[in-house]
Design a binder for this molecule. Structure first.
Ligand code: C5P
Length: 221
């Protein structure tokens, strides 16, 4: 049985992975399925929250009772998240946001030219939404949570990233070829800015989601 401990709260969750277009048919993307973000949205709704789910390129059914805002690029995701965060008690950035996007967008499909070397793809930095949300809280006491996928030195890199981003919690998980992306299960450690460290054993993404909301609800008081 679920405790309605998020009743009266508005929470924002981002999910999926951004796609950064090169031309009308091509993009730079990533392997995020959105399952962890959807699990976060479902469990928050079950605990009584009003939920805005900003979904980047996902192919999952809308969770019942959740306000879903579809987006494509990091810039679109930023706009949707900042708008929804204005009156939010908590924001959880579970989406895999591209750190870089192509510097140029070709309005027509890029063609290969015979006897010519391929053009390099020039990238520019995307805004770091998590860092921005953390630095400019829309409300005092708003809780900001980030995710980090690390392949090595998971805890040390996680601690450094938590500090750099300025969020309240960072969910750190180890990723590899067969781990986490698209999987039903996850294994993680939730690092707190207060020094807290909450391990979440290998299990369904719902379980990790419940742990995140436990920590958020406790922080909100
Ligand atoms: O720096 P890194 O991409 O590892 O950080 C991951 C966390 O930061 C995730 O919570 C992701 O949603 C967020 N992020 C962001 N904006 C970016 C890149 C990542 O909000 N441009």
């Amino acid at each position: 049985a679920e405790e309605p401990d998020l009743e009266g709260r508005h929470v924002v969750v981002s999910a999926g992975g951004t796609r950064e277009p090169l031309d009308p048919v091509r993009f730079l993307g990533n392997r995020s399925s959105g399952k962890q973000g959807y699990a976060l949205a479902r469990t928050a709704a079950a605990r009584g929250a009003r939920v805005t789910l900003v979904a980047a390129n996902t192919a999952l059914p809308d969770p019942a009772g959740v306000d879903v805002v579809p987006v494509g690029t990091a810039v679109e995701l930023r706009e949707a998240v900042l708008r929804a965060a204005a009156d939010a008690d908590a924001v959880v950035m579970a989406a895999a946001v591209a750190d870089f996007r192509p510097a140029a967008y070709a309005a027509g499909k890029i063609k290969k030219k015979d006897d010519q070397e391929p053009e390099p793809i020039v990238l520019v930095r995307n805004p770091d939404i998590l860092a921005e949300l953390s630095a400019h809280r829309a409300r005092p006491g708003q809780v900001v949570v980030g995710f980090a996928a690390e392949t090595d030195d998971v805890l040390a890199n996680g601690r450094a990233k938590l500090k750099r981003k300025g969020c309240d919690f960072l969910v750190v998980n180890e990723v590899g070829e067969s781990k986490t992306f698209g999987a039903e299960e996850n294994e993680a450690v939730v690092l707190g800015a207060d020094g807290g460290e909450t391990p979440v054993p290998h299990g369904p993404k719902e379980e990790l989601a419940e742990t995140v909301w436990d920590l958020v609800a406790e922080r909100l008081g």
